[in-house]
Design a protein around this ligand. Structure first.
Ligand code: HEC
Length: 192
């Protein structure tokens, strides 16, 4: 009799542990899915698309001469957006010497933020001298219009229609707000 009780007790304990484990695993899975969903749109994604007019540029066939916002761009915020993987993530494809210079080997956070530059696109050093403000704006808003012949892989950061491979949760959103585009333009203009 005693033995039977013990077996039942051990059995119940095992069941409780297994059930607990399942609940934990389920909760963790839910968390992961939620995180993946929230990551699938950039931290700067928004539904508001600014109106803009495309004109002819000098170095490029297209430019947006007028700023997208009334508030002028802030170059410091632009720098942050360029190096933030959740916003512009520009360093995934571009080398920017000015940001590499911010790496302090003794500070792992700075190495992580500014140290890893891709080479898929051209280095951005000097773009402020090569392009007008309106051309820089055009490149970020919709690079296909800036480089019509290139079949470019650079993402359109302020465009809603005609985008490919957009996660369902990001549909009808633009990757970066008009203000963040202006901030990035202000930062790029300083790269001379
Ligand atoms: C997936 C890779 C990728 C990402 C991410 C990316 N770019 Fe680009 N970018 C390119 C490529 C490739 C080109 C060259 C255009 C072409 O021929 O396709 C380019 C061109 C440019 C140019 C013109 C450079 C020149 O010298 O002609 C600028 C400026 C630029 N990108 C800025 C940015 C900024 C700012 C961001 C982030 C907001 C960004 N890019 C994100 C791939 C990328």
């Amino acid at each position: 009799m005693k033995l039977a009780v013990r077996i039942i007790c051990i059995g119940a304990l095992a069941c409780a542990l297994i059930a607990g484990g399942f609940a934990d695993a389920l909760a963790q899975r839910k968390k992961r899915v939620k995180k993946a969903r929230s990551l699938s749109c950039s931290a700067g994604a928004t539904t508001h698309l600014a109106r803009y007019k495309v004109e002819k540029g000098e170095a490029l066939p297209a430019a947006i001469a007028k700023p997208l916002t009334r508030k002028p761009g802030n170059a410091v915020r632009g720098l942050e957006a360029v190096s933030n993987p959740g916003k512009g993530n520009c360093l995934a494809c571009h080398h920017v010497a000015k940001l590499l210079a911010k790496v302090d080997e003794s500070d792992p956070e700075s190495v992580k933020t500014y140290g890893d530059h891709g080479e898929v696109g051209p280095p951005l050093n000097g773009v402020g001298g090569r392009y007008s403000q309106g051309e820089l704006r055009m490149i970020i808003v919709d690079p296909k219009q800036a480089f019509p012949d290139a079949d470019t892989i650079m993402p359109a950061y302020h465009r809603r229609k005609g985008l490919k491979n957009v996660a369902a949760s990001c549909r009808n959103r633009v990757m970066l707000s008009a203000q963040t585009v202006e901030d990035i333009v202000a930062f790029l203009e300083q790269l001379k």
